[in-house]
Design a protein around this ligand. Structure first.
Ligand code: COA
Length: 260
């Protein structure tokens, strides 16, 4: 499928989705959010795709936020719908995606950009990256899950300070906070993400999908994550991947997972 604002490239089981509006620092306008939704939906069904890397084009920005020019004149009703629709179409969709999604943060990740990175399963940053939720400086609050996911990742006090001050932290501070898992020079960012993605794709993707559901259950209201873990654990015993994984181990060979 042809897109106006994103690039999708598959290589050896790893699909890289690049948000491609460098002149606007890859700001998320409505069309980009819709295209990302479509692209993720396609990759969900694409058997060749095992892991997704999400990044921004250019050397300056991952995503500098939601496109401010699109919502500056919105009223209460339109603002509410903007957040609800965006969360459903993209941010919750990515968080609950059945295949691993790695955010490669290659520069500014601000507002909706940091929220998108936080919806990914984990994050790797280049050493020039800057992250923040500056919404209160615009008279609004984060609306794409930032008030919920930032405290989950960095703790309530740090999230309160970042959101209240609207200020940015650099990559090393983000590493120190646990917001990103690794920091590397920009030219090493995609190679490192690809190396991690390759390592992931040697494992059972069926089991990984189960693990994503079990881990996410920890953050769902009214859901007992331990119960979800028991159910997902049990279900693994009915998969071909489990038969192959355990048989390969006992036969002292490398598993070749059928992905079922
Ligand atoms: N929405 C819409 N356009 C944006 C944008 C956003 N969130 N972030 C950047 N842009 C646009 C700028 O308007 C500018 O467009 P123009 O050249 O047509 O005027 C272009 O991207 C380049 O940005 P610019 O501000 O000139 O770059 P800079 O290096 O001086 O500053 C930032 C970089 C990231 C500090 C600055 O762009 C910024 O503060 N962006 C908004 C961040 C934000 O508040 N995000 C949260 C939104 S809820």
């Amino acid at each position: 499928m042809a897109y106006n604002n994103i690039l999708v490239e598959e290589n050896n089981g790893i699909t890289t989705i690049t948000i491609n509006r460098p002149n606007k620092l890859n700001a998320l306008n409505k069309e980009t959010i819709e295209e990302l939704h479509e692209a993720f939906k396609e990759e969900e069904d694409d058997e060749d795709t095992k892991v997704i890397i999400l990044t921004g084009s250019g050397e300056k920005a991952f995503v500098a936020g939601a496109d401010i020019s699109e919502f500056a004149d919105f009223n209460v009703n339109e603002g509410t719908k903007l957040a609800a629709k965006g969360q459903e179409m993209l941010f919750d969709f990515v968080e609950n995606f059945s295949k691993p999604v790695i955010a490669a943060i290659n520069g500014f990740a601000l507002g909706g950009g940091l929220e998108l990175a936080m919806a990914c399963h984990f994050r790797v940053a280049s050493d020039n990256a800057k992250m923040g939720l500056p919404e209160v400086s615009l008279g609004v609050i984060p609306g794409y899950g930032g008030t919920q996911r930032l405290p989950q990742l960095v703790g309530k006090g740090r999230a309160m300070e970042m959101i209240m001050t609207a200020s940015m932290i650099d990559a090393n501070q983000a590493l120190n906070y646990g917001l990103v898992n690794h920091v590397v020079p920009q030219e090493e960012l995609l190679p490192l993400c690809e190396k991690i993605a390759n390592k992931i794709s040697n494992n059972s993707l069926v089991a990984i999908s189960s693990a994503i559901r079990a881990i996410n259950a920890n953050f769902e209201d009214g859901v007992n994550g331990f119960d979800v873990e028991i159910e997902e654990f049990g279900n693994c015993f009915g998969t071909d991947d489990f038969t192959e994984g355990t048989t390969a181990f006992l036969q002292k060979r490398k598993a070749d997972f059928p992905g079922k």
